[in-house]
Ligand binder design. Structure first.
Ligand SMILES: Cc1cc2nc3c(=O)[nH]c(=O)nc-3n(C[C@H](O)[C@H](O)[C@H](O)COP(=O)(O)OP(=O)(O)OC[C@H]3O[C@@H](n4cnc5c(N)ncnc54)[C@H](O)[C@@H]3O)c2cc1C
Length: 401
């Protein structure tokens, strides 16, 4: 599985694996049970120099790109999917600033995230606007040197622990999604509060909260890039770059569950032989291993395409997300099946993988929406993909319609 990774990639993978095995796996069940944030894990990530891997060097990061980010998320998620996303969401929150921030904003906000001394969250979704993110309703109306923000955000991952938030709001409500702008909001801004924490099925170590804005005055200097009405494009570009991180979380979950399934079926005996030695089970394990390997190659490829600086990464990022997250759901469900009744009980680690995997098919664009993205790209590319068939098509009998 490591054949095509560079020395630098292997180094990130190895360091992340060490953090996962030493600091994450021993506490994963406890964090899931209590819902506590893994502060000691964050300290370990800092000391292994893994925080801010994706942030450019001039802002305190390592410029290590999306592939290395994915390798770290995959390893953390092998041990705990909640810890995997707690790490990855800092990339989701900081990509808007990397993509669209002014030099001053980058200098101010990226170094504390790169060092791990500050956490960041991404506020796009609202109660009425999830998949249809362009229909968001929070407003940010200019008043003197400030924008007055009113509204509510829903499902803000890292909400309860972040000190910085990238928030999307309408600066020109009459223009719909073309009137959306992005802001950097600091936690202690008057009028801004982190609200209700969601009681989630999985990823329970990471707080997911509502955000409330009540006449919250955000200084105009916090308008991302000092440009109004380009926020929606910024959000879409951010999601394209962040989706391999979700895909890597899914990949790590699938790999982690698979390893448990291998171990368990090689020890559990029924009908006088190990469960693993029944051919029907061998076939299941073979399918799981094959699907995971296919997902891995697509996720790494999508990350490499983004790191290459390619202009259009929309389709490949969506493909990686769909395939890896559907794989994670299938593999973790099969892993529970392979544990039999024990798989359904919390004494064993396997049901948590299945609970953690489910969200990967939902957030950062549901898999239905990812398929829409891929379908639209195929429609755009239709001519390029099929022009060479003209030579045969012209001999077809005429078809109506
Ligand atoms: C735990 C968690 C963490 C999250 N973290 C964040 C975060 O940090 N920041 C943030 O901004 N958001 C976050 N989200 C929000 C997440 O991205 C949305 O939940 C997601 O985009 C789906 O939106 P929705 O829940 O409103 O579902 P809806 O959009 O209402 O969708 C309902 C169903 O309809 C389907 N559907 C919708 N439109 C179409 C269509 N056109 N064609 C086919 N099917 C369609 C969907 O796929 C889904 O199955 C988080 C959500 C959760 C649950």
């Amino acid at each position: 599985m490591n054949e095509l990774l560079s020395k630098e990639n292997l180094d990130y993978q190895e360091r992340a694996r060490e953090v996962a095995e030493k600091f994450v796996r021993p506490v994963a069940a406890e964090l899931d049970r209590t819902g506590e944030y893994g502060w000691d894990i964050l300290e370990a990530l800092k000391s292994y120099e893994l925080t801010g891997a994706w942030i450019p060097k001039e802002y305190g990061g390592q410029d290590a790109g999306v592939l290395n980010l994915c390798l770290v998320v995959e390893q953390l998620s092998r041990a705990c999917g909640g810890v995997g996303v707690a790490f990855a969401v800092n990339a989701l929150g900081s990509f808007p600033i990397i993509i669209g921030g002014t030099e001053e904003q980058k200098q101010k906000y990226l170094p504390p995230i790169a060092s791990g001394n500050s956490l960041i969250a991404f506020g796009l979704s609202e109660k009425p606007s999830g998949s249809d993110a362009g229909s968001l309703r929070t407003t940010a109306i200019k008043d003197g040197d400030d924008y007055v923000v009113n509204g509510q955000k829903k499902w803000n991952t890292n909400g309860g622990v972040a000190s910085t938030f990238t928030v999307y709001a309408l600066t020109d409500p009459s223009r719909g999604m073309r009137g959306i702008s992005a802001f950097i909001v600091e936690k202690d801004t008057p009028g801004f509060t982190v609200g209700k924490r969601e009681d989630t099925m999985g990823i329970r170590t990471v707080p997911v909260n509502e955000l409330e804005f009540a006449d919250c005055r955000v200084p105009a200097s916090q308008l991302l890039g000092h440009k109004e009405n380009v926020g929606f494009k910024n959000a879409m570009m951010t999601l394209d770059r962040a989706r391999p991180g979700v895909a890597a979380q899914a990949l790590g979950l699938a790999q982690g569950a698979f390893e448990w399934a291998l171990r368990y079926t090689s020890e559990r005996k029924q009908f006088g032989q190990t469960v693993m030695s029944h051919q029907a089970i061998q076939f299941m394990l073979a399918d799981m291993a094959t699907q995971i390997e296919a997902a891995r190659q697509l996720v790494y490829h999508s990350a490499r395409v983004i790191d290459s600086g390619a202009a259009n990464v929309n389709k490949i990022a969506a493909m990686g997300k769909v395939f890896a997250t559907d794989t994670a759901m299938k593999v973790t469900t099969d892993a529970v099946q392979l544990f039999g009744g024990y798989g359904y009980c919390r004494d064993y680690p396997i049901e948590k993988y299945m609970r953690d995997a489910k969200i990967t098919q939902i957030y950062e664009g549901t898999n239905q929406v990812q398929r829409l993205v891929i379908g639209r790209a195929l429609t755009r590319e239709l001519k390029e993909l099929t022009d060479h068939l003209d030579v045969v098509v012209e001999h077809f009998p005429e078809v109506d319609g």
